[in-house]
Design a protein around this ligand. Structure first.
Ligand code: NAD
Length: 332
């Protein structure tokens, strides 16, 4: 039986999750909601996706073929992936509850909205059988993946500085364009967000926003309980799902070259689902491991949404789901 999935919010995350759902043989895409006529609606139609719009708004979409209203879309599915803007998911939850449908929310929503915050590597089983799950943000996903890889060494404490992109590449409404904006409150919210997935992990984070659109960078230090050499840490990163070790010495000196590599890999929209850890940055000094990683904010959480669906319907265990998602999406 294929799980019927609807996408409510066809933006940066929603359109990618729609594509990823379409690749799964145990899921079927019911369609996607579009709140306004735009190029996004035209593109969704060109992809062959059924389009649902707010009730009574059909005429605003001109001659486009509209399948039905958003409530009809919710009625026709088993699960909604809510990828609406930050804070809107909270309002939408009542619709899903009323219709008796499961839902996945994204990282812009609060942990309190759901029964489990999710990262496939770190806590797949926490979503098993749940009705409301949140796939944590791109930054939290990045931290969860690499910190999960370090768990076997024991984590005494972790500190991460997050250098955040100012906007997504397709976004013209935010910035900065000529400033670095520190989040002057330390700790930033990201550490507490990691703890929604890995409880009791002693982590402090700080964040600054910079004028770039292509990726985030994290500078991380972790005090380990057990001794480890650089090669052990690199081995742990290399064997962790959806983590990719890259070498500055091979020309991957910055996020620019990493995104160029993603373009060369030929994936749709040049997405890089993996967290890229710079090999040269991995250093161990007096029991502390230091490293730097880059996060493709637009795509890193997409495979997590697919695994969350499988966990919520108990379709597969963690290893099977991750490996199926990776295979269908071409993740190494
Ligand atoms: P987006 O603005 O690109 O897309 C949101 C879409 O939802 C838009 O197309 C908008 O028209 C539509 N929408 C607006 N109101 C709606 C409503 N009431 N019902 C349904 N759809 C509605 O946003 P995004 O960047 O895709 O972010 C979506 C969620 O994913 C947020 O929670 C965000 O924090 C999270 N997230 C974003 C990123 C990122 O880098 N963009 C990364 C990880 C997680």
């Amino acid at each position: 039986m294929a799980i019927k999935v609807a996408i409510n919010g066809y933006g940066t995350i929603g359109k990618r999750v729609a594509d990823a759902v379409s690749l799964q043989d145990d899921m079927r895409l019911v369609g996607a909601s579009l709140t306004k006529p735009s190029f996004k609606a035209v593109r969704a139609a060109e992809e062959g996706y059924d389009i649902y719009v707010p009730a009574g708004q059909e005429k605003a979409f001109g001659g486009m073929k509209i399948k039905g209203s958003i409530s009809e879309m919710i009625g026709a599915c088993d699960l909604v992936v809510d990828a609406s803007p930050e804070g809107v998911g909270e309002q939408n939850r009542a619709l899903y509850r009323k219709a008796g449908k499961k839902a996945i929310f994204q990282g812009g929503e609060e942990h309190e909205l759901v029964q489990a915050s999710f990262n496939a590597n770190a806590n797949y089983d926490a979503a098993k059988g749940k009705d409301f799950v949140r796939v944590v943000s791109c930054n939290t996903t990045g931290l969860c993946r690499t910190l999960n890889a370090l768990k076997p060494f024991g984590i005494e404490n972790a500190y991460a500085v997050i250098v955040r992109r100012g906007a997504d590449p397709g976004d013209s409404k935010t910035g900065p364009i000529n400033a670095i904006i520190p989040e002057t409150h330390i700790p930033s919210h990201h550490g507490a967000d990691v703890q929604t997935v890995i409880p009791n992990l002693p982590i402090v984070t700080a964040a600054v926003k910079v004028p770039t659109t292509i990726m985030h960078v994290h500078v991380i230090s972790v005090r380990l309980k057990r001794q480890a050499a650089e090669k052990d840490i690199l081995g742990a990163f290399e064997s962790e799902n959806r983590v990719m070790v890259v070498e500055s010495g091979m020309g991957l000196k910055s996020t620019a070259e990493i995104m160029e590599l993603a373009r060369d890999m030929g994936r749709k929209r040049s997405d890089l689902y993996e967290i890229a850890v710079w090999k040269e940055s991995v250093n161990v000094k007096k029991g502390v491991v230091y490293f730097m990683q880059a996060v493709h904010q637009e795509s890193g959480v997409v495979p997590e949404n697919i695994d969350a669906i499988r966990a919520m319907f108990s379709l597969a265990d963690r290893e099977k789901s991750i490996s199926k998602t990776n295979k269908t999406m071409g993740i190494r």
